[in-house]
Design a protein around this ligand. Structure first.
Ligand code: PHE
Length: 467
């Protein structure tokens, strides 16, 4: 698929073309790396429950709105919004900032995954399982920079060669392979002592764990994982044929994406319990390094097979990360190409430099080459705990920008172009079954929800209220 620079707008090869291409973008580190650590951190079952409710209500409405907007206008984000009036371009512009913030740190995690994949070929599983393996790796400056550049290079290579079509085909196999492997690893990790407690923690909601931060985190994760509130779904929708069932496709994407996240949780959280024993220990430790710490311990127990399983697992995560990184990177390229009217080739060069530089910056935060606390204070917020620049980038995009973009999108659909515009677009192909939910969500529930959450979050963080 080409997002930018294609002479004429190509269409997906039918409904499944759209579903798989979108699934390839949606399923990635968000599901495999980010979802499990957030679920572990924010009380397991309670987080899972809130997350699923958000996906089928808010996420569903937003995905319908974005993709239908794209299909209706045949344009990517900024153009789609401004085609209803110049001043609405601002929504598209804000949305366009998001991929530039996410891609650098996304590539860094992709680099860690690449390193682990290769390590399972070159080192015994027991060495990789050592608790210091990860920390000593990310603190080794030079090596991490090389892996980061390697990952970015791979992304650029695929994009420059224009072989995304092949990638789409690969991603079908990938989704199925991920399912199978996740089930196998889950089956094994559940046999470990203590793992059942982890499963219970992940599946049974404990309502005392319910908190404002949990809801904020679940909302950000929903945007991130479904690739929403950053314009990408608008662009993808613009390639969707008028004759295909948009609503059903959106349902499939949500189910695939949520299933993979769910499986990643059942794989990683019980493993983390088996390693560290109690819910408190797990939630205290759960952070961006959860996947890199918990699973290697499981693989180590498998003896010689540990290297094989470890390699296959990280190879799949690598492939999922690569396909998503490609779509993030493509989004950046098309934004630059459209905004500055430059050729696609120039846009690729510019984006490589921007993403590479920001990625190196984020990496430098981990390597201790940068005073992360100073960066935080420059933005007027304190760094509580051991947050890194990566957490900061993640926070700005998922907790601040994406809720704002989603709010504006809902208000735009609910009050400017009116839900009917979207409903008519969807009904060009088939009946819009969830239209009542869609209208209520975009006009009332989602805007009120986002404003309430954002305002109380800010007040809470500033210490004005305490929730
Ligand atoms: N949704 C992807 C994930 O879960 C991340 C992503 C966001 C990819 C936006 C492309 C665009 O990993």
């Amino acid at each position: 698929m080409k997002i930018a620079g294609s002479a004429q707008r190509s269409a997906w090869t039918g409904k499944w073309g759209f579903i798989f291409a979108t699934a390839a973008s949606a399923i990635g580190l968000g599901n495999l790396w980010r979802f499990p650590y957030l679920a572990a951190k924010y009380g397991g079952g309670a987080f899972l429950l809130v997350y699923i409710i958000l996906v089928v209500t808010f996420g569903y409405a937003l995905m319908m709105a974005e993709s239908a907007l794209g299909r209706k206008t045949g344009l990517s984000t900024i153009g789609a919004f401004s085609s209803f009036g110049k001043k609405y371009a601002i929504i598209g512009i804000l949305a366009s900032v998001v991929p530039f913030i996410i891609t650098p740190y996304y590539c860094l995690i992709g680099a860690w995954v690449t390193k682990y994949m290769v390590s399972y070929l070159t080192e015994p599983a027991s060495v990789i399982a050592d608790p210091t393996y990860f920390s000593s790796f990310i603190l080794q400056n030079n090596e991490t920079f090389l892996w980061l550049l390697l990952f970015i290079l791979l992304v650029v290579l695929v994009i420059a060669l224009g072989v995304q079509k092949g990638i789409e085909r690969v991603s079908k196999v990938l989704v199925i392979a991920l399912f199978v492997l996740a089930i196998v690893i889950t089956g094994y990790s559940l046999t470990l002592p203590g793992a059942m407690d982890g499963l219970a923690y992940f599946l049974i909601p404990d309502f005392s764990k319910f908190s404002l931060n949990l809801v904020v985190a679940a909302m950000g994760q929903m945007f991130f994982s479904l690739s929403l509130a950053m314009g990408i779904m608008v662009t993808y929708g613009s390639y969707f044929k008028k004759s295909e069932d948009l609503e059903q496709s959106v349902r499939y994407i949500e189910v695939f994406d949520t299933l993979i996240a769910f499986l990643a949780g059942t794989m990683i959280i019980p493993a983390a319990f088996a390693v560290s024993g109690s819910a408190d220990a797990v939630s205290a430790k759960a952070g961006p390094s959860l996947m890199f710490g918990a699973l290697p311990q499981v693989f180590q127990n498998l003896g010689a097979a540990g290297n094989v399983i470890g390699f296959i697992f990280f190879a799949l995560v690598f492939a999922a990360a690569l396909t998503s990184a490609i779509s993030l990177f493509e989004a950046c390229v098309s934004i630059i190409a459209d905004a500055f009217h430059v050729t696609r080739r120039r846009a690729i060069v510019a984006v490589t430099i921007i993403i590479g530089a920001l990625g190196v910056l984020v990496d430098a935060g981990y390597n201790g080459l940068l005073n992360v606390d100073l960066m935080y204070s420059l933005f007027g917020i304190g760094n509580y705990g051991d947050d890194q620049l990566l957490d900061f980038f993640d926070f700005i995009s998922n907790t601040i920008l994406m809720p704002i973009v989603s709010l504006l999108t809902c208000l735009f659909v609910g009050y400017v172009i009116k839900p009917k515009t979207i409903i008519d677009e969807v009904e060009q192909s088939s009946e819009f079954k969830g239209k009542k939910l869609f209208v209520v969500m975009t006009k009332y529930i989602a805007p009120v929800f986002v404003v309430t959450i954002l305002v109380s979050y800010v007040l809470n963080t500033m210490g004005i209220i305490s929730l």
